[in-house]
Design a protein around this ligand. Structure first.
Ligand code: AMP
Length: 286
């Protein structure tokens, strides 16, 4: 199949029907574009798991708060198309806001409870509802056999897996490892907002996560001590403004206190310049 760039709902319905007739399995990789090697690693994983790989590029307004970066969010569809063709995707699909949310649009999908209310959910009201709503719509439009998400957005991936199970959606969920820069910074479209000194300071997130993981490995179990270890990675740098540093239970991402219990995830969010960055490490490694 030749790589295609498609736009709009009728086009995706048409290609989906064609692929069904051909008996091909379909993987979906949902993205907001401004693609980097993290996204492309999801495409490679999808390629290994399904006959056809479809990548959606849609900057979903529903998941941005009123004071967030919807307008500035980087967009470069031609570059995205080149990268996806080289990575072996079959289809890049885009859709307009008017088609996704026409006037009178009124339906939202919400995962309730501590999983969605904590961590980023507490700091970005409505964000995860925007994500679960758009992903449900993407699943209904593309009807993929499987979908690939990044562990980089651990809370998002966990919420989406929960939603798929709760709603019996017939989609196999795959969560793929975080791709990092050589110095450990997790790739993110928002890294483009970092000025050089901020880019340097941003390495504190992964350095802090690794330091806490290493102390866990050598037997430290005091949650406050381990949180302090992460925080210490930015010592001396006023550029890193931590939003949260938590050790959470792996299954439901609720914060731990007292003695740390495995399996767990160390999850962080910080503002560095104009960027809000998140990262995590799961212990033991998945
Ligand atoms: P986004 O375009 O930022 O909404 O991300 C689209 C998908 O790519 C999500 O499933 C993210 O978790 C995933 N992703 C983003 N950054 C990375 C990364 N550095 N490594 C692996 N996956 C990533």
């Amino acid at each position: 199949m030749r790589f295609q760039v498609l736009e709009g709902i009728p086009a995706i319905r048409r290609i989906r029907a064609e692929l069904r007739r051909a008996g091909a399995t379909v993987a979906l990789v949902p993205t907001m574009g401004a693609l980097h090697d993290g996204h492309l690693s999801l495409v490679h994983r999808a390629r290994a798991e399904a006959d056809r790989v479809l990548v959606s590029v849609y900057v979903n307004p529903l998941q941005f708060g009123p004071d967030e970066d919807l307008e500035q969010y980087p967009r470069d569809l031609d570059r995205d198309a080149d990268l996806l063709e080289t990575a072996g995707a079959d289809v890049l699909w885009t859709v307009s806001d008017a088609e996704m949310y026409p006037t009178g649009y009124a339906t939202h999908v919400t995962v309730h409870g501590s999983l969605a209310d904590g961590l980023c959910g507490a700091r970005r009201p409505g964000h995860f509802q925007g994500v679960t709503t758009v992903v449900t719509k993407l699943f209904n439009l593309v009807q993929p056999d499987l979908a690939v998400f990044g562990q980089k957005d651990l809370q998002q991936a966990t919420i989406l897996c929960h939603m798929v199970e709760d709603l019996n959606l017939p989609v196999r969920m795959i969560v793929a490892p975080t791709v990092r820069e050589p110095d450990g910074l997790a790739l993110s479209s928002r890294n483009a907002y970092l000025q050089p000194p901020e880019r340097e300071a941003a390495t504190a997130l992964y350095r802090g996560l690794c330091a806490a993981r290493d102390r866990l490995a050598s037997g430290e179990r005091d949650v406050e001590e381990l949180r302090g270890t992460v925080r210490a990675a930015s010592a001396g740098s006023p550029l890193v403004d931590w939003e949260y540093i938590e050790l959470v239970h792996r299954a439901d991402l609720t914060p731990q206190s007292g003695r740390a219990r495995l399996p767990l995830a160390i999850v962080v969010a910080a503002r560095v310049g104009n960027a809000r960055l998140i990262d995590n490490i799961v212990v033991p490694e998945p």
